[in-house]
Structures are given as structure tokens and as C-alpha cells.
Write a protein that binds this ligand. Sequence first.
Ligand code: SDX
Length: 392
Amino acid sequence: TKGVITIDPGYKNTGSCESAITFLEGDKGILRYRGYSIEELAEKATFLEVAYLLIFGELPTREQLTKFHNDIKGQSVVDEDVKKILDAFPKSAHPMGVLASLTSALTAFNPSSVNVNSEEDMYKAIVKIMGKFPVLAAWTLRKRNGLPLDYGDRSLGYVENILKMMFKQPNEDYTLNPILINALDKLLILHADHEQNCSTSTVRIVGSSHAGLFVSLAAGVSALWGPLHGGANQAVLEMLEAIKEDGGDTKKYMAKAKDKDDPFRLMGFGHRVYKNFDPRAKIIKKAADEVLANLGVEDPILDVAKGLEREALEDSYFVDRKLYPNVDFYSGIIYRAMGIPVEMFTVMFALGRLPGWIAQWREMRLNKEPIGRPRQIYTGATYRKFKSIDER
Ligand code: SDX
């Protein structure tokens, strides 16, 4: 602290805004969207209902939900020229980098989404991105698989359509598996919002300059990509694979995670707010058992994960620091069982977080939040006179 400026690295003890969207109680492991518990929503609601709830503040009536879905379906085509941008990427490009670029590029094809100064303009931009973002996400996978870039099936539900766009092979009828649909619907609900996390704060601060919704979301995709944030779900699977390759030697990886000289962290463990179990991790862990059993999938990685969790929760280093499994620890095991490649795990996180980002961006604009512009404590050189190059 110097004068009136207090430095708070990572904003651990700084509130950036007042918000009525999501409530977290870190010590008790409570998570609610607009007052509804995620346990109830994950059990009883659909992802599109939860998206409507987060964005507009109330659970939709049947008519409101039907209109919302129809308006989204009306916006689920992407300008063909966007494919030229996708073509420019190598097949090896990480899907999150592609998704961030294409999301930003959408602005060029939808200029009206930039200056949204009325609720009506905002609604139009919201249904546009709710319709187009899943197409872009599916295209990132189809590009890696060398498949034609199709559009969705308007007769399907929002989540069913995502699965079909991702996996439909040309000249083949894609059969929708209710187990996959229910699993994805639940996972997307559990990822839908999480108050002022890194990527949401990014969306808010970019939007606070009155930059458009799509570019604000593209910035959120980029922030989510980081392995300390949404990218952790990919890093968890890579870590669990490494442990399995190492003969299941969890102790070695826990020792690495405790070694201050080793940058390795136990991926999928710890959280800035939850100093208790992440309630989402509890639900996802249970769902992992159910989905794998329903699919008849035996995945030894699930046993490695449970073994690692058991050992970490008995180890004082993790217990003292209240490091519990977070949302990213088990989610990848379900995605894998669904046939989703590990590079796509964080794209799935982004698909879930989309309505949360939109809701937070909308609230920030409706609340007329000032442009985000923090201060600093200067620690650089004091005044120095210029020296010509010969004097240096
Ligand atoms: C998400 O914010 C959100 O809400 C995010 C999210 C959302 O829904 O938006 O919940 C989604 O991002 C979940 C988190 C996914 N990330 C990971 O799983 C990566 C591994 N986790 C850590 O990097 C870490 O726990 C964070 C990033 C999640 C939280 O970091 P903090 O709050 O800044 O904690 P910290 O780095 O200050 O750590 C406190 C102590 C340190 O040890 P000491 O210096 O006190 O000795 O705990 C240690 C850390 O070294 N620590 C870990 C650890 N996490 C923290 N040690 C080993 N392994 C870990 N995973």
C-alpha cells in the first residue's frame, strides 16, 4: 500500500463489481445461478433453460424458451467466408486458438453486434452468438478430423445439435445417444458461470471499453485457454496419462507438485474461492461413474484419478492448503468416454461458459460500469536525462 493505492496481485481480495448472477460460498462449497442451486439445475433443467436464466435472470416459460431457441436457430449459420479463415490454420492448430480467432472474426460479418445500445440490439447480438459459437466450436473439431464443415440440424435440441455438428460423418446418419446428450447437458450447466473468474473478468474488462460482445467473448476464450484456468481440464488428462504410463506412481507426482523448485502443479486441484470441495467436482465425479457404466466403458484413468484424489486428501501439504479437486479434475474423463479428443476439452468448457460470459457482459453494460483501468505502484527508474547514442 502506498498512499491510496493497494496492490492486490491476482485480485485475491479485490471485488471488481456488484453482480446478481452467480453466488459462490467458497467455505461451504455452495454454487447458485440466480439463486437456484447447481445441484437442482443439473438434475432438473436443460442447458438452454440455464442459459436463459443466467442471461435474463429468470427461468423461462415454455413460450420464452421456445422463442429463445427459435431465435438462436435462426442465427445458426455462419458466413461462408469464415471458412476461409479456418482454412488458413494448420490442422495442428489448438482448437482454443482457432475458436478465439473465429469468434473475433464474427464481428466482421456481423457489424451490428458492436454498438449495442438497446436491449433489443443486445438480444439480437446474444442470439447470434448463441447460434454461431457452437458451429465454430464444432468446426474446430471437424477441421482437425478433415471433415466437411456442416451446419446443425434445426429439428434438434441445442445440446443434441452440438453433438451432431461435432461428430456427424458425411453420408452417414448420426444416431443421438441419450446418455451422451444428458451427460453433455449436465456438464455444460455445471460450467455455465462462476462469478468473477479469470475469463469472465476478461470479458467484462474488454467489454467495459464498449468493445463489441463477440470480441469480448473472444478475449474470454483466450483467457480460458490457460492451464491454470479452463485449460486445466486438458492438463489433468495429460497428467493422469503420465501417471498411468509411470505405473500409477501418484506419490512421484505429488512430490513434484509439492516441490517449490518444480513448476509442476497437481492439475485439477485447488481453487481461488473454494476452500472446500468444488460442488461441481462432486457432481461430475458421480456422473463419470454413471456415464462410463452406461456406456460400458472401462477407463483405467478414472481409477488413477480416484487414487490420486484419495492420496492427496490424506496428504498434509494439500489438506493444509485446502487443495481439493475442482471442476476440471473429472470432467475430461467424461469427455473422453464421449469420444471427444483431449484438445477439445477446453472448447467444451467454453461452450458451457458462453451464457455466463454473455450474462456478465450484459450486466456490466446495463449497470453502465466504468471502463476498467486499475492503477499501479511505480517501481521503475526515477527521472533520467536523454543520452545520444554516442554517449551510451
Ligand atoms: C478453473 O476462478 C474460477 O472460478 C475458475 C473456475 C471457473 O469455473 O471459472 O473454477 C475454473 O479455472 C478451476 C481451476 C483449474 N486450474 C487448475 O486445476 C490448475 C491447478 N490449480 C492451481 O494452479 C491453483 O490452485 C489455482 C490457479 C486454481 C488457484 O490458485 P491461487 O488461488 O492463486 O492459489 P496459489 O497459487 O496462491 O496457491 C496457494 C498455495 C501455494 O503454496 P504456498 O506458496 O502457500 O506454499 O497452494 C499451492 C501453491 O503452491 N497450490 C498448489 C496447487 N494449487 C495451489 N500446489 C500444488 N498443486 C496445485 N494444484
